[in-house]
Design a protein around this ligand. Structure first.
Ligand code: KIV
Ligand code: ZN
Length: 513
């Protein structure tokens, strides 16, 4: 058996299903291009029947991506499959990914179908998909809670009907490595023709075991893993791409398997995904967290300085974290600035580059040292986040021990200037109240977080907010050396995202996911 493991990235589908992680079409294409650069084998671009927006973004990605397969997800029915095919058919190598649940609990309560009916549906749908392409993946949703004999029958029908990849999802993140390994080995023993197809696994992280379960499955013969950048995904997320890839690379002695991932592109990809989704990576996240390569304890610092591998099992540069923090500043020119942007995976048109360079120089006047994180915050704010229907023109805010906090704000709404002022319980409250008054909306503020982008008294503040209005949730981010301005920008950014979400509602809340 060969030792090559295909990396199937589902950041744009399962990752995007995580609450507040929606991306617009432009953002999805950007992420897809970065995934292509990273070297993933398959990009699951979305769920075309779910909404017009999903369909369009899958189609755009299918048209632009040249070096990876592009998959569209669909339930096991003819209409879903037709829609998925319509979205992906222009791809260089399109893949139809169809699924139905196989566990008793899903059959009895969700599908309300008998086992025979489900087998019939699998046969019909996979045969239908196979008329379009030989690249058909079939997933048995909730496989790890399915009866093993029925699971084998379902897989068998899918293979006989033309599936070329069989995916075994741990949909609810319930299994543990030893059990999952046994399940994969039972499937390999119990299903005729399984050796002719690729076995895939798709693990969720509800018990924090998604990566361990994926690795256990690889050892038993799985040759495709489904995963996401930063481990994004439903609930506790999916198996993290960067963790699986680096576990295979760093411990290749015990995991003798290869992938086509260019690991130096991991960090730029992680950064891009967190900036477009607005979901920051926790600092202690393996591989890509801010602390993953930081040594705080004196004894560790001393060890690393004497011999790096005393406390480091891999080099930061291996995953694309720039080694030499050459701090840019007001003497840095266009060349150095462009090089740094390229390192992050941003390639701006010359117009956008000039805007970014001007902003960078403005920042240099405010801050002595401009760190990589500052530049990323600037680029993200300027170009990556969606929409500028609402834009901050100016803000004045006053507060103090003997003063009722108030804000005076000027906002551009679709190009028209609106001026408001409001009092509040604190300066941020007064700013948010003024913004709400100007836009005539009253969203609920679910979360408000301030982080320092870098260290030092002149560090930029990065504010993240989550707001909610009726059934819509949106995130927003803003950065500035002034925390009040950063807060206003984050709130306005969230309002733009909220507006975008309202304009692109998911038509169907897809059953079965
Ligand atoms: O978790 C799951 O079962 C899925 C399938 C649709 C593959 O996401
Ligand atoms: Zn999933």
């Amino acid at each position: 058996m060969n030792n090559f493991v295909k990396i199937f990235d589902t950041t744009l589908r399962d990752g995007e299903q995580a609450p507040g992680c929606s991306m617009n079409e432009e953002e999805k294409v950007k992420v897809a291009l970065q995934l292509e650069k990273l070297g993933v084998d398959i990009i699951e671009a979305g769920f075309p029947i779910a909404s017009e927006g999903d369909f369009n973004s899958v189609k755009l990605i299918a048209n632009q991506i040249k070096n990876c397969e592009v998959a569209g997800l669909c339930r096991a029915n003819l209409k879903d499959i037709d829609r998925a095919w319509d979205a992906i058919k222009q791809a260089v190598n399109p893949r139809i990914h169809t699924f139905i649940a196989t566990s008793d609990i899903h059959l009895d309560y969700k599908l309300k179908k008998t086992k025979d009916e489900v087998l019939e549906i699998i046969g019909q749908s996979v045969r239908h998909a196979a008329k379009y392409t030989s690249n058909v993946e079939f997933s048995c949703e909730d496989a790890t809670r399915s009866d093993i004999d029925f699971l084998c029958s379902a897989i068998s029908v899918a293979i006989q009907s033309g599936a070329t990849t069989i995916n075994i999802p741990d949909t609810v993140g319930y299994t543990i490595p030893s059990e999952f390994a046994k399940m994969i080995s039972s499937i390999r023993e119990g299903v005729a023709g399984i050796d002719k197809v690729t076995i895939s696994v798709h693990c969720h992280n509800d018990l924090g075991l998604a990566v361990a379960n994926s690795l256990a499955a690889i050892h038993e013969g799985a040759r495709q893993v489904e995963c996401t950048i930063n481990g994004l995904g439903e609930r506790a997320g999916n198996a993290s791409l960067e963790e699986i890839v680096m576990a295979l690379k760093v411990r290749n002695d015990l995991n003798p398997f290869d992938t086509a991932i260019n690991t130096k592109n991991i960090y730029p990809c992680s950064k891009l995904v967190s900036s477009v989704t607005g979901v920051n990576v926790q600092p202690n996240k393996a591989i890509v967290g801010a602390n993953a390569f930081a040594h705080e304890a004196g004894i560790h610092q001393d060890g690393v300085l004497k011999q790096r591998n005393t406390y480091e099992i891999m080099e930061a540069e291996e995953v694309g974290i720039p080694s030499n923090y050459i701090v840019l500043g007001k003497h840095s020119g266009r060349h150095a600035f462009r090089d740094r942007l390229n390192e992050f995976g941003y390639s701006l048109s010359s117009d956008k580059f000039e805007i970014a360079f001007k902003k960078f120089k403005e920042l240099c006047d405010k801050k002595k040292y401009v760190f990589d994180e500052d530049i990323e915050a600037l680029i993200n704010e300027e170009f990556v986040r969606s929409g500028n229907y609402y834009q901050l023109i100016s803000l004045y805010c006053s507060s103090g021990t003997d003063e009722k906090p108030s804000a005076k704000l000027s906002l551009s709404i679709d190009g028209k200037e609106v001026n408001v002022n409001e009092f509040g319980d604190g300066p941020i409250d007064s700013v948010f109240r003024s913004i709400c008054k100007a836009v005539e909306l009253n969203p609920k503020l679910n979360s408000y977080n301030v982080a320092s982008v870098t260290s030092g008294m002149d560090a930029q503040a990065e504010v993240s907010v989550i707001i909610n209005e009726s059934s819509h949730t949106a995130r927003g981010k803003g950065s500035s050396t002034d925390v009040i301005v950063a807060s206003a920008k984050a709130f306005i950014n969230a309002l733009n995202n909220l507006r975008w979400r309202k304009l692109h509602p998911k038509i169907a809340s897809p059953k079965g996911i």
